[in-house]
Design a protein around this ligand. Structure first.
Ligand code: GDP
Length: 360
């Protein structure tokens, strides 16, 4: 699937950069253009593989908006024309979709991404998706509250919002910086493979997955999630039937970007590997299993021929918002918002009885 990427904020820029690098290193050429937009100049300076665009310079002078996502919304609204002009020529006639990438817990990405999606929807006929990063559980109440509001607005504006939970794809006990490195690398590989899957790089066959399958799976709207797992392929075709089932199970049950998201309106199962190592019987069995597991009657399937000694499964879920994980996340975001409001009220009340008079 040929895509244009726009990263907003620090996480958005970092992940966009990683994706662009992965796509170039692998020679997929699925990414048609990549732009990073930020109100913090320093965050843009570290990026090498993407074009950059500073916003809100008149308001925050290149210093960023902190974790104030309402200010993030305002600066994107004020400078939207500049950003859209910067996209001219990047969303070429070949792009089949646009992805706006952002961390939802901060300021610039959290507040800016929904505004950008809204405006892109007015201009382009192709689908406009969001790739949103949810804050990990330990990231503090403000991040949870920001992400809750951002996600709510993205779900209204985007054709689908692919969510990556920052708790999903790193090892326990890693420092947050090295965790970001690991997570970004994993996002780049998984999402990068999804983009490339529709490109059929190594030959065309009836069972090869097509980008329309990705778009049709995401047509369910709402929340999307992506799972991935690989195993060494066997010489024995019978064993590869078992291996195909096994990678599909791992991809959905332990490898998704949104842990515990298994109920979905639609799904796509992509099996990657050497064409002669991909068993039709295994793929069909895994696809039927995915139907049972997701409760969806719309499970598409296809191959991604690759020169690799492994068998891999990518599972894309569409309409996956009815998961316990999303419920729990939105509860945490609501609690954090309530706590913030309660805190603000308490501070004011503490001074209400004070016998000291105000200065004016
Ligand atoms: P912004 O620049 O104001 O949009 O805010 P950030 O992108 O710095 O932070 C928003 C969220 O993204 C927070 O939950 C951060 O923990 C997370 N985050 C920041 N940088 C990265 C990154 O490089 N990778 C990942 N996966 N998450 C990040």
């Amino acid at each position: 699937m040929k895509v244009a990427l726009i990263g907003v904020g620090q996480a958005g820029g970092n992940v966009t950069e990683r994706l662009a690098r992965f796509d170039a290193d692998m020679g997929f050429e699925a990414i048609q253009g990549a732009l990073a937009v930020n109100s913090a100049e320093a965050d843009l300076e570290s990026l090498q593989f993407v074009e950059t665009q500073l916003i809100g310079a008149d308001r925050v002078n290149g210093h960023g908006v902190g974790a104030d996502n309402e200010l993030g919304t305002e600066v994107m609204q004020s400078d939207i024309q500049q950003v859209l002009d910067g996209l001219d020529g990047r969303v070429t006639s070949t792009a089949e979709a646009v992805f706006v990438v952002a961390g939802l817990g901060g300021g610039t990405g959290s507040g800016g991404a929904p505004v950008l999606v809204h405006h892109l929807q007015q201009i382009y006929d192709i689908p406009v998706y969001a790739l949103g990063i949810l804050p990990g559980r330990n990231e503090g109440a403000l991040y949870q509250a920001n992400a809750g509001r951002s996600l709510k607005t993205l779900l209204r504006e985007a054709d689908s919002t692919l969510l990556i939970d920052n708790d999903a794809w790193h090892e326990q006990g890693e420092s947050i910086e090295s965790a970001f490195e690991t997570i970004n690398e994993r996002i780049a590989k998984r999402v990068g493979l999804l983009f490339a899957a529709g490109e059929a790089v190594n030959g065309v066959g009836e069972s090869v997955v097509d980008s329309s399958e990705v778009i049709n799976t995401l047509r369910a709207g709402g929340v999307a999630a992506l799972g991935y797992a690989t195993e060494v392929a066997s010489e024995d075709s019978g064993e590869n039937i078992t291996n195909t089932m096994s990678v599909a199970r791992q991809a959905l049950l332990t490898g998704t970007s949104l842990p515990d998201a298994t109920t979905a309106d639609s799904a796509l199962l992509v099996i990657a590997g050497q064409p002669d190592a991909i068993p039709r019987k295994g793929v069909e069995r895994a696809r039927r299993w995915l139907e049972d597991e997701t409760g969806s009657m719309q499970v598409r399937g296809g191959d991604f021929p690759m020169d690799s000694d492994r068998l891999g499964a990518l599972v894309l879920l569409g309409g996956a918002e009815r998961s316990d994980r999303i419920e729990a996340f939105m509860d945490r975001a609501r609690e954090a918002k309530d706590a913030q409001e309660a805190e603000a009220t308490d501070h004011a009340e503490e001074f209400a009885d004070d016998r000291l008079e105000n200065l004016f």
